[in-house]
Write a protein that binds this ligand. Structure first.
Ligand code: 3PG
Length: 212
């Protein structure tokens, strides 16, 4: 699957930090049930690779990816574990779009965006979105970089996601708010499905106003 196809499957990609491998499959199922089928498991806990392995193998309808991949080796290891895409907070030196699994690199400036475009990427994570200019920055990038598409992540919430999703160069947003740590720890999958449902509904963009 191409990264663009993955990023257009759902308006929100849950960014997941999973401490207990036993939570992985029920958490993923709760999110998919709510309508969020693209899941990013960050490589920030010792069990992250095993979570990817289980979620990729056991959750029907999910597209499972790895986040916080900082090196080529982590990209490869995530793909080997079953990740269908890989996200990095920045550009990974020497890595292009095609590889073990499609890569969504992060950028925070126009210079980084130009380096990413030169490396062959067209889709980028804007990170940390709210700090590096938010929706205003993406509006400004649209004219000089018409080929670039974005998944803003970092400080995105149910409250500000619609502003991002209304932009033509935004394919989706990423965020951790749909899987709060306390809900995961409590195994409150009902709450997580409800949050996912609300987030999935953000993708129903408002119809264009009728003229006259
Ligand atoms: C991250 O890398 O942690 C993601 O960007 C998620 O950010 P958030 O917790 O602000 O949604």
């Amino acid at each position: 699957m191409k990264i663009q196809d993955i990023l257009t499957r759902a308006p929100v990609i849950p960014v997941l930090i999973i401490d207990d491998v036993a939570d992985a499959v029920p958490l993923g199922r709760a999110l998919v049930e709510g309508g969020l089928s693209v899941l990013e498991i960050t490589l920030r806990t010792p069990v992250a690779m095993e979570c990817i392995r289980r979620m990729a193998g056991e959750i029907e309808g999910a597209v499972v990816g790895a986040g916080t991949a900082l090196t080529p080796a982590l990209r490869q290891a995530a793909a080997d574990a079953g990740a269908q895409f890989v996200v990095s907070p920045g550009l990974i030196e020497g890595e292009g779009p095609d590889g073990a699994a499609p890569l969504l690199p992060g950028i925070a400036t126009a210079t980084e965006l130009m380096a990413g475009l030169a490396a062959g990427f067209e889709c980028f994570k804007l990170f940390p979105a709210n700090i590096v200019g938010g929706a205003g920055a993406l509006k400004a990038y649209a004219s000089p970089f018409p080929q670039a598409k974005f998944c803003p992540t970092g400080g995105v919430s149910a409250a500000n996601a619609p502003e991002y999703l209304a932009l033509p160069n935004v394919l989706c947003v990423g965020g951790s708010w749909v899987a709060p740590t306390d809900a995961v720890k409590a195994g409150d999958w009902v709450r997580i499905t409800a949050l996912a449902r609300e987030a999935a509904a953000l993708g129903q963009r408002a119809p264009a106003p009728v003229e006259g």
